[in-house]
Design a binder for this molecule. Sequence first.
Ligand SMILES: C[S@@+](CC[C@H](N)C(=O)[O-])C[C@H]1O[C@@H](n2cnc3c(N)ncnc32)[C@H](O)[C@@H]1O
Length: 281
Amino acid sequence: MTEAGFQDIASAIQGVSGLALQPGQGYLLASRLGPVLRRHGLADLPALAQRLRAPGAAALAREVALATATHETSFFRDEIPFRHLAGEALPRLAAARPAGAALRLWSAACSSGQEACSLAIIAAEQRAALGGRAVAVLGTDLAPAMVARATAGLYSGFEIRRGLSEARRDRWFTAEGENWRAGPALRAACRFATANMVEEASLPGPAFDVILVRNLLIYLDTPTKERVVELCARRLAPEGLLYVGAAEVLLSLRTRLAPLATCHGAYRLDTPTARAFWEGA
Ligand SMILES: C[S@@+](CC[C@H](N)C(=O)[O-])C[C@H]1O[C@@H](n2cnc3c(N)ncnc32)[C@H](O)[C@@H]1O
């Protein structure tokens, strides 16, 4: 494929999801777009690039963006944010909220829902430390197929072993043949919906006590990262926390957030209220 053809496909993807393909990533198009080519009767990637240049290609561009997205995830991925949430953040946030108000947690770009389930599990396990406070978890993803999987809450034996102890598996999931289904407590705590992190109109309203937006920013260019972080910042409660992935750092970006000293990858709003709440200053 020519450089121009690669660019046509890359900009179609970026226009939908914000994902910025690097020049060396032609292999990703070749390996993931076969089904799209077949569905549309296109001979090869140059033919796809040409079709994407024609007017009225918005639906095709969306299909291409969804087909090239990476959905890699696991339960309790990277552990650190979940330990921090369980041991420090959720109890402090719960203690500060008015009686009767549920804590709102958002797993943004949630893939097939393991991150949202992990949040619901620690909230349930820490129920006493949270003073019995209700916790509502929202998981959102660009891909309707991932939202459908997360809503079904059905995981293969391989998926369930990734990050989940047998004790937690047996407590929170029910065996269904070779698979495991999220039990009633998890299903009651989690809700899933589609949302595009680069389209503000598709995002849920404020305010969230905790937002996890992990392993999405690595795929974005700097201006898009800054936009996604800003859209999240607008949805944080005054003392809310945002967690990014282990390989993601916000320090070189222009944001309204400050890193939390006590947890790598956790950020608060850069305001006196949030600083006083988390650092007592
Ligand atoms: C690598 S997974 C990360 C899943 C989870 N957050 C984790 O860290 O394990 C990235 C997810 O982001 C989703 N995604 C990609 N672009 C998106 C966008 N613009 N808005 C919302 N989700 C997006 C993909 O569909 C994919 O499921």
